[in-house]
Design a protein around this ligand. Structure first.
Ligand code: GLC
Length: 539
């Protein structure tokens, strides 16, 4: 592996609007993040992924960029950003930025020029098409955020494509100038010192040249499913050129030393593998698999909380990866319901053990380390355009984006004024300050786990293999040059007794309840697990 830090890093995903407000406007900012770097260092985090902080009209809260070279004034300015990078680097914390290549804001100067007239020299920077004879959009493609993916432009009498909001027109990546401009953006931030990128919505990058209709999805349940699922997105996503472009992007970034790229992609294992394949194909043979790149593995977010489901998925994923190809694991992000809400508070502790003892790069979503849950947002306070467009289906993302809970003071110490989204009602119980003092808190568990990982060759480099145990237990070994660890996770609420025939005794390193009553050396021939309990043993 080319980049040594990637083998050992634990990433922390910050949604900047909600992390820490330093200037009392109710919205988090870069100086707020700087204030909290010591907290992250103490937690053991080695890398931060920042959701977008570029200039934006904020219709999709930063994923609609109007200037890729400017920090939005809500978050600060370029000097603040440089300060953040500098201070983080001093603490040995890497920073990766979000990079949004599929679309810009409709307020981006390029879109303004492109939409000025049909024969604008910039017209082809975006995807425009004439209407059908009946005036309807060119095909049946849908936008992820509801309705047709085509927006009618009265002024020029054509439709433009937007895979997301109408305020997020899709760039035309088949235009070489667009490609060049986007690579220039990457260069700018790399030269400034960022350590890599999380690339947004990469599987949307190319669309079928012939604009063919997507086929109907036979299993779609109208009124119940996400309306986007009415059609299988065969032609609006997943085009072969996209893999090629991902490879170009990785190789561009790979020219710099010690950088890392992770691409957002919700897909099956075989689809994720295509990314690895495409990237390593471009490398000389002996370096294949040596690129500091991985497509996000977001599958755990939608798996049912069942030991068998996790074991099956992780076994298959791990076995499919080649030597040197980096796995990664994620329990939540700014688009999905929080782990503690999805599976429960005790279960979230078991999940934390799993996240931080599996092979590859773990990503922690801010607040998950203190057990934050989704917050119900009253209708009147909804911000997320997804919820506004398709209300009442649970698609809205405000619930998982609420302010970080720092202490039990007003507004959970996030801000001196009322924050943009409401603070969770349970912040007096779940907050950093109280949990740091509580030796059994989920935060103490996260800290222990990260520090164990940061100091363990076995967890950083060791191989993974699972053990057949029982339907409710997921157990696996991490085997490195310096030893072996056994991880045992009880996915059920029932007490379980397990006999690990091959290991007589284990030295208990971590228990999910952080229950000090447990003995240090444990008999693994008769291991008793309480409901929702997880362990890490040295064996
Ligand atoms: C990605 C982001 C999401 C955003 C969308 C459009 O899925 O994670 O937050 O709304 O892309 O950019």
């Amino acid at each position: 592996m080319q980049n040594s830090w990637i083998n050992s890093v634990v990433f922390y995903h910050i949604y900047p609007r909600s992390f820490k407000d330093s200037n009392s406007d109710g919205i988090g900012d870069l100086n707020g993040i700087i204030e909290k770097l010591d907290y992250l260092k103490d937690l053991g985090v080695g890398g931060i992924w920042l959701s977008p902080v570029y200039k934006s009209p904020m219709v999709d809260f930063g994923y609609d960029i109007s200037d890729y070279y400017v920090i939005d004034s809500i978050f600060g300015n370029l000097e603040d950003f440089k300060l953040l990078i500098g201070k983080a680097h001093q603490k040995n914390i890497k920073i990766i930025m979000d990079f949004v290549p599929n679309h810009t804001s409709d307020k981006h100067p390029l879109f303004l020029k492109s939409s000025a007239s049909k024969d604008s020299p910039w017209r082809d920077y975006y995807i425009w098409h004439e209407p059908k004879k009946n005036g309807h959009p060119p095909n049946n493609w849908l936008s992820v955020f509801g309705g047709s993916a085509w927006e009618w432009d009265k002024q020029t009498g054509e439709y433009y494509l937007h895979s997301f909001l109408k305020e997020q027109p899709d760039l035309n990546w088949r235009n070489p100038v667009v490609r060049k401009l986007m690579f220039q953006v990457l260069k700018f931030w790399l030269d400034l010192g960022v350590d890599g990128f999380r690339v947004d919505a990469i599987h949307h990058l190319y669309k079928d040249k012939l604009l063919r209709n997507n086929p109907k999805n036979p299993s779609f349940k109208p009124g119940k499913d996400d309306p986007f699922d009415e059609f299988t997105p065969l032609y609006i996503k997943w085009q072969p050129e996209m893999f090629e472009e991902t490879a170009n992007l990785c190789h561009f970034i790979n020219k710099y030393k010690d950088k890392f790229v992770v691409t957002e992609v919700y897909g099956e294992i075989y689809q994720l593998m295509k990314f690895y394949q495409a990237c390593s194909k471009k490398l000389p043979k002996k370096k294949q698999g040596c690129i500091a790149f991985c497509p996000f593995n977001l599958q755990l977010i939608s798996l049912p909380w069942k030991a068998s489901a996790y074991k099956t998925f992780i076994d298959e994923y791990d076995a499919t990866l080649c030597n040197g190809e980096l796995p990664n694991y994620v329990l939540g992000n700014h688009d999905r319901s929080r782990i503690a809400t999805r599976i429960g508070t005790l279960q979230a502790r078991v999940a934390a053990i799993m996240l931080l003892t599996l092979r590859g790069v773990p990503f922690i979503y801010y607040g998950d380390e203190i057990g934050m849950k989704d917050v119900t947002i009253p209708k009147k306070m909804v911000f997320d355009p997804f919820e506004k467009n398709i209300p009442g289906k649970g698609l809205g993302r405000d619930p998982e984006r609420t302010p970080m809970q720092w202490d039990n003071k007003p507004h959970a110490g996030f801000s001196k004024v009322t924050p943009w989204l409401p603070v969770s009602g349970d912040f007096k119980k779940f907050n950093v300050s109280s949990e740091l003092k509580d030796k059994k808190s989920i935060l103490s568990l996260y800290k222990k786990l990260i520090h164990l990982r940061n100091n363990s060759e076995v967890l950083q480099e060791g191989k993974y293999y699972s053990l057949p145990v029982s339907t409710d237990i997921f157990a696996y070994i991490r085997a490195g040059e310096t030893g072996k660890l056994l991880v045992v996770l009880n996915f059920s609420a029932k007490k379980q007794t397990i006999n690990f025939k091959n290991f007589a005794k284990g030295k208990m390193l971590i228990n999910s309840y952080l229950d000090t009553k447990h003995e240090k050396i444990v008999d693994l021939n008769k291991l008793i697990l309480q409901g929702n309990e997880g362990y890490v043993f040295a064996v």
